[in-house]
Design a protein around this ligand. Structure first.
Ligand code: SF4
Length: 313
C-alpha cells in the first residue's frame, strides 16, 4: 500500500511498526516535495539546524537518506556542555568527509556578556538570549528554507504552534501559516502566490518520543554522550525553559554553577555602581542565583522589559 495516501488522523490506526514506516516515508517525501523551494531560495538547498541533540541527529540522518541538497549549521551558544561542543565538531568532521557543508556560527557576544549587558539572567518569560545565541539570522541564508528537529510531542505549546511546514513574512513568524505533511501541495501553492519570505520544514513534527528512540537504535546513530551521563535534554546549561531540570544540570556541571553565581555578583555590583536605588536588593550573587533557580518561574516580568529590577521577587 502506498503509505502517502493515508490522511491526517489515520496514522493512529496503524500499528507501531507501520507508524514508524509511515512517518519515515512521509518525512522523506516532505523533503523531496519542498526541495524545489529550497533550491530556488538558496543554491545549497536546505539549511539544517543541528543542536547536537537526539532529534537533530535523526534529522540529519533523514536528510542523508532523502538525497535532497542541504548544508548543516550549528549555533554555538557559549553555554553548551563540553560534550556537546566536542560532539558537534566530531560529527561535522564526519559529515564534511561525506561532502556536506557544515558551519558553526559563533555569537557576537557570549551568554555571560549578554547577561551583563541586559543586567539580568534570562527568565522563562524573558528569553533575550535565544534571539542572539540560538536563533540568529545569518544574512547569507536568511530567507533560505530552514529545517529543524522540532517535534509536537515535546510540549503543549509546540503541539499548538508547530507543524511540518511553517511560513511567514515576519521574522518572529507572528503571521505564521502552518501545514501538515500531507498538505505539501497546498503549502507550495500558497507559497508561490504569496512569496512568503521565511520558510521552515520540520520532518519530525509528528514523531513521538518512542519512535525517535527506536530509530536511533535501529540506525545505530552516534548520540551525544551527554545522554549517557543522564541528561534528559541537550542544550544550554541553565536554560530557564528547563525548569527544575537545571538543578540536575548544575550538579553535573558545578563549574557552570560557579560561573553563574559570579555573573550574578557582577550584575548586582554593576547595578549598585550605577547609583540606582533598588528595593529588596539581593545581598549577593548566591542569593540572586538561588532565587533565579528556584523561584523566578513564579514571578511576573513584562516581556518587553529589558533591564532587571531587583524588586521583582
Ligand atoms: S539559555 Fe535557553 S533561552 Fe537562552 S539561548 Fe539557550 S535555549 Fe535559548
Amino acid at each position: 500500500m502506498p503509505l502517502r495516501i493515508l490522511k491526517k488522523g489515520k496514522m493512529q490506526q496503524l500499528d507501531f511498526l507501520n507508524r514508524e514506516q509511515y512517518l519515515f516515508d512521509s518525512a522523506i517525501q516532505l523533503l523531496k516535495d519542498c526541495e524545489p523551494r529550497a533550491l530556488e531560495y538558496y543554491p545549497k538547498g536546505f539549511i539544517v539546524g543541528y543542536s547536537g541533540g537526539k532529534d537533530s541527529e535523526v534529522l540529519v540522518d533523514i536528510f542523508f537518506k532523502s538525497g535532497v541538497k542541504f548544508m548543516i549549521i550549528h549555533n554555538h551558544t557559549t553555554i553548551d556542555t563540553p560534550e556537546t561542543v566536542y560532539h558537534v565538531r566530531k560529527r561535522f568532521r564526519e559529515w564534511e568527509n561525506r561532502g556536506i557543508t557544515c558551519q558553526i556560527n559563533y555569537p557576537r557576544m557570549s551568554f555571560w556578556a549578554l547577561c551583563l549587558h541586559k543586567k539580568m539572567l534570562p527568565l522563562r518569560i524573558c528569553r533575550f538570549c535565544c534571539s542572539e545565541l540560538k536563533e540568529r539570522n545569518i544574512t547569507e541564508y536568511k530567507f533560505a528554507t530552514h529545517s529543524f528537529g522540532v517535534r509536537r510531542a515535546e510540549s503543549a505549546s509546540r503541539k499548538k504552534y508547530r507543524d511540518s511546514i511553517e511560513m511567514g513574512n515576519r521574522r518572529d513568524y507572528g503571521d505564521r501559516q502552518k501545514f501538515h505533511f500531507d498538505n505539501t501541495a497546498e503549502a507550495a501553492e500558497l507559497s508561490s502566490c504569496m512569496r512568503y519570505r521565511y520558510y521552515i520544514v520540520n520532518p519530525l513534527a509528528y514523531w513521538p518520543d518512542e519512535i525517535v528512540w527506536r530509530y536511533i537504535e535501529s540506525e545505530r546513530l552516534d548520540l551525544n554522550p551527554g545522554y549517557a551521563r543522564g541528561l534528559k535534554r541537550i542544550g544550554c546549561i541553565g536554560c530557564p525553559m528547563a525548569g527544575d531540570g537545571r538543578i540536575a544540570e548544575f550538579e553535573q556541571y558545578p563549574v557552570y554553577k560557579q560561573n553563574y553565581i559570579r555573573l550574578c555578583d557582577r550584575i548586582i555590583k554593576n547595578g549598585r555602581d550605577s547609583g540606582k536605588q533598588y528595593k529588596n536588593v539581593f545581598n549577593d550573587g548566591h542569593e540572586y542565583f538561588e532565587w533565579w533557580l528556584h523561584k523566578s518561574d513564579d514571578c511576573y516580568v513584562d516581556e518587553n522589559q529589558i533591564g532587571f529590577d531587583f524588586g521583582v521577587p
